[in-house]
Design a protein around this ligand. Structure first.
Ligand code: AMP
Length: 509
C-alpha cells in the first residue's frame, strides 16, 4: 500500500459521507438503504469479485436489471479496482458477442435466462466465467456477496487508471468502448456538484437506466459526491414519478420524460413548487417542451450537454437565464471551441462547426482502437466530438446535429435541428426527425418524418406552406412522411440510421 493519495473514485465518494445513518437509496418497496448499508453491501460485492480472482484493471461486464444490488456491483468494482462494463439489457446475443470478444472481461454477470448463451460466448473466446444476478435477489454472484465480509479496503488507484468502459450507443456507427478513468469521473462529479449546487440535503428522483453515462455517472456519481439521497425507480413511469416528486428536490431526465409528464393533468405548479431543479440531456429538448414545462410548473428545465466519451461538457446556468435550444456554458476546467470540419480552423461566434472539447473529463481513448482514438483528437488535446454547433455572442452553446446527420443537398449544408424545430413549432406536429437520403439530382434529399396529433393533424400542404415562410428553399423537405412514432433508443435518442435505412429508396424511380 502506498502512502500517496488514493484516487479511487470510491475513496472520493467516502469523503462526502458525514453520517453512516444518512439515507442513500429509497427503493420502490419503500425500503431505505443508508450510507452505512451502501458501504457494507458494496464491500460484499468487492469481496465476491476478489474471491473470484478479479484483479485491478480486469473488466467485469454486467447485463443486469436496474436494482440496488446492480448499483452496489458497480461500486464493488470501483473498490476492487476492476473496470466496470455495463451492458444494456436490450442487447441480443450477437451484440453481446461483439462486446465480450472486444473487451475480454474476466467475469460476465447476467440474468439466468442469458447464462447459457453467454457461457458459450465466453468459452469460445477462452475467457473467464459467467455468474448470475436476478432482479429478485437470487443468482450465484448475489449468493456469494451475501456470504462475503462487509468490510473492504478500497484498492489504491491512480488518476489515470480505468474505472469503466462504456460502449457508445452507436446510433451513427459501430459501438466503441470509451475508456473512462477515475479522474475523468471524479472531476466531472465535482464539477456538477459545484455547478448545480448539490448538497447532502438533496433528494434525487432517479428513473433513468444505469447502463448509460446519464443514469450511472451523471446522476449516481453526483449524488454520491454530495452525500445526498436517491429515490430509485426501476423505470420511468409517469404516475410513479408524479407520486414520488413531492419527496424529491431534483430530477434528471431525457427529454421524453418531460414531454410525457406534460401529458398528465397531475403535473401542476403546486406538486413541484418545492423542487430545486429539473435537468435534461442525452437528446435535444424541444423549445416547445421547455416553454410548456415552464408555463405549467414555473420551472425552467436546465439543459446540459454531454456524451459517453466525455461525461458532461456544458450546462445552462443554475442561476441565470436557462435558454431553450441551448446547452449553456462550458463546465469549470473544461474548454469548448467550434472548429471548421474540414480545416480545423477555429470559428467565430454564431458560425456552425464541429464542437471540440478539452478537459479532465475527456476519456482516455477507445478501447483497443489507438488509430481511431488518434483520429478523434487534435494535436493540442481537443476531442473532436462529432456534434455540430455554434456559440452565440453571449457564450451559450447550441447543438445543431451530429456531423454524420448533416444533410448535403444540392451542395448546401442543412442542419437537421433547424428544420426539426420549424416542424415541431407547427400546430398538430408532436415530433419530427429530418434525415438525408439518396436523391438522383440533389445527392441527398431532405426528408421529414413526422408524428402528428390525432385531433389537429396538418396535411403535407399545410406543412410546406408554413415551412416556406421561415426556411430557405434548399432546406425544405422534399418529402414529408407520417409515422405513428419515431424509433428511439432507451435514452430517448432518435435512431436516424434506422430511418435512413427505411427511407433510402424514397427518391428512386
Ligand atoms: P451518448 O454518448 O449516448 O450520451 O450520446 C451523446 C450524444 O447525445 C451527443 O454527442 C449529442 O449528439 C447528444 N446529446 C447529448 N445531450 C444533448 C443535448 N442536450 N442536446 C442535443 N443533443 C445532445
Amino acid at each position: 500500500m502506498t502512502n500517496s493519495q488514493n484516487h479511487n473514485l470510491f475513496a472520493i465518494f467516502r469523503r462526502a459521507i458525514s453520517n453512516a445513518d444518512a439515507p442513500f437509496l429509497e427503493l420502490p418497496d419503500g425500503q431505505v438503504i443508508s450510507y452505512g448499508g451502501m458501504l457494507k453491501r458494496s464491500a460484499q460485492f468487492a469481496n465476491a469479485l476478489v474471491s473470484l480472482g478479479t484483479k485491478p484493471g480486469d473488466r467485469v461486464a454486467a447485463q443486469v436489471e436496474k436494482t440496488a444490488d446492480a448499483l452496489f456491483l458497480y461500486l464493488g468494482c470501483l473498490r476492487a479496482g476492476a473496470v466496470f462494463l455495463p451492458l444494456n439489457m436490450g442487447y441480443k446475443d450477437k451484440e453481446l458477442s461483439y462486446f465480450i470478444t472486444d473487451a475480454e472481461p474476466v467475469l460476465v454477470v447476467c440474468v439466468s435466462t442469458r447464462q447459457a448463451a453467454l457461457e458459450q460466448i465466453v468459452a469460445s473466446n477462452g475467457l473467464g466465467r459467467v455468474e448470475t444476478f436476478e432482479q429478485e435477489g437470487a443468482g450465484t454472484l448475489i449468493a456469494m456477496a451475501n456470504r462475503a465480509a462487509t468490510d473492504f479496503e478500497d484498492l489504491h488507484r491512480e488518476e489515470d487508471d480505468l474505472a469503466a468502459i462504456l460502449y457508445t450507443s452507436g446510433t451513427t456507427g459501430r459501438s466503441k468502448g470509451a475508456m473512462l478513468t477515475h479522474k475523468n469521473l471524479s472531476s466531472n462529479a465535482q464539477a456538477l456538484v459545484d455547478c448545480w449546487q448539490f448538497t447532502s440535503a438533496d433528494v434525487w428522483l432517479h428513473a433513468l437506466p444505469i447502463f448509460h453515462t446519464h443514469g450511472l455517472f451523471v446522476a449516481t456519481n453526483t449524488v454520491l459526491n454530495s452525500g445526498g439521497s436517491m429515490i430509485f425507480q426501476n423505470r420511468f413511469d409517469v404516475d410513479d414519478v408524479l407520486d414520488a416528486l413531492p419527496r424529491a428536490t431534483c430530477m434528471m431526465g431525457v427529454p421524453t420524460f418531460y414531454s410525457r409528464l406534460l401529458g398528465s393533468p397531475r403535473l401542476t405548479r403546486d406538486l413541484v413548487s418545492h423542487m430545486r431543479v429539473f435537468i435534461s440531456g442525452s437528446a435535444p429538448l424541444s423549445p416547445q417542451t421547455h416553454k410548456q414545462f415552464e408555463q405549467q410548473t414555473g420551472h425552467a428545465i436546465l439543459e446540459r450537454y454531454g456524451m459517453t466519451e466525455t461525461s458532461m461538457n456544458t450546462s445552462n446556468p443554475f442561476e441565470g437565464e436557462r435558454r431553450a435550444s441551448t446547452v449553456g456554458f462550458a463546465l469549470p476546467d473544461i474548454d469548448i471551441r467550434i472548429a471548421d470540419i474540414e480545416s480545423g480552423d477555429i470559428l467565430a461566434a454564431n458560425e456552425v462547426g464541429v464542437i471540440e472539447i478539452r478537459g479532465p473529463n475527456i476519456f482516455k481513448g477507445y478501447w483497443r482502437m489507438p488509430e481511431k482514438t488518434q483520429q478523434e483528437f487534435r494535436e493540442d488535446g481537443f476531442f473532436i466530438s462529432g456534434d455540430l454547433g455554434f456559440i452565440d455572442e453571449r457564450g451559450y452553446l447550441s447543438i445543431v446535429g451530429r456531423n454524420k446527420d448533416l444533410i448535403i443537398s444540392g451542395g448546401f449544408n442543412i442542419y437537421p435541428a433547424e428544420v426539426e424545430n420549424a416542424l415541431d413549432a407547427i400546430k398538430g406536429i408532436s415530433e419530427s426527425a429530418v434525415i438525408g437520403v439518396p436523391h438522383p439530382d440533389f445527392g441527398e434529399g431532405v426528408t421529414a418524418v413526422v408524428v402528428t396529433e390525432a385531433e389537429s393533424a396538418p396535411g403535407v400542404d399545410d406543412i410546406r406552406t408554413t415551412l416556406e415562410r421561415d426556411l430557405a428553399n434548399y432546406k425544405l423537405p422534399k418529402r414529408v412522411c407520417f409515422v405513428g412514432a419515431l424509433p428511439r433508443n432507451k435514452m430517448g435518442k432518435i435512431q436516424k440510421n434506422q430511418l435512413r435505412e427505411q427511407y433510402q429508396s424514397a427518391y428512386q424511380a
